[in-house]
Design a protein around this ligand. Sequence first.
Ligand code: HEC
Length: 230
Amino acid sequence: MALASPFGTFRPPNISPDPVDGIGAWTVADLANALIGGVSPSREHYYPVFPYTSFTGMKVGDVKDLYVYLRTLPKVAGRAPPHRPKLLFRIRRSVGLWKLMFFRQGQNASHLTGDPVHDRGAYLVETVSHCAECHSARNVFGAIKPDTRFAGGVDPQGTGFVPNITQARLREWTEDDIATMLETGETPNHGRVGSSMADVVKNTAMLPDSDRRAIARYIKALSAVATPHP
Ligand code: HEC
């Protein structure tokens, strides 16, 4: 697929276990460096369109499980066409500068409260499902503006507006409503989520119910932040 953005058009690569075109020759350390450090096995920086800005908080045990799972997928030959970055990012090393400015590697404990359901939700929302990567506004360098996290923003393709999911907008939704939407796509006002959220729901529908409830608990606990102006 082609991901259009103000920074160019990016093509997610082959991550099947094909040893030549995919990632079949990678070690588990290579996968961990990609997800947690945003660095490829040939020590190049990945463009942050690959959301390692969120995956960086992944637990090493989960990276290992993911590695084992990815190896069970069918090998698919073939490579995606090259990225078409705009001038600023045509030199990959400029991504290193971007990372110095906007990327903090590793887990961030500041979201945790000690309630195991809430804290499981924090891990799923902040790291694994990277909800804020869509539900936030970005600065001119394409980095999330911290004071708009979860408060909505123009979608990464620049074609629509992703809604605010803090309590400024979801006050009427209960934890049950959020968990139900993540399972069925249905919203409490008898609508359905569409566009890229429909793809998210295809995945959250496969989670254990306890994980959807943990996500709901965490989302309900986000304090109200006003929606940014596009
Ligand atoms: C790929 C981008 C993307 C990701 C990732 C994403 N969302 Fe969304 N989300 C959207 C879009 C776009 C909409 C608006 C859908 C519509 O208008 O039909 C939406 C809608 C929603 C809504 C409905 C809000 C309303 O006011 O109707 C909720 C709640 C929500 N998302 C929660 C989440 C949670 C929780 C996660 C992480 C598990 C998440 N989203 C991850 C793009 C995303």
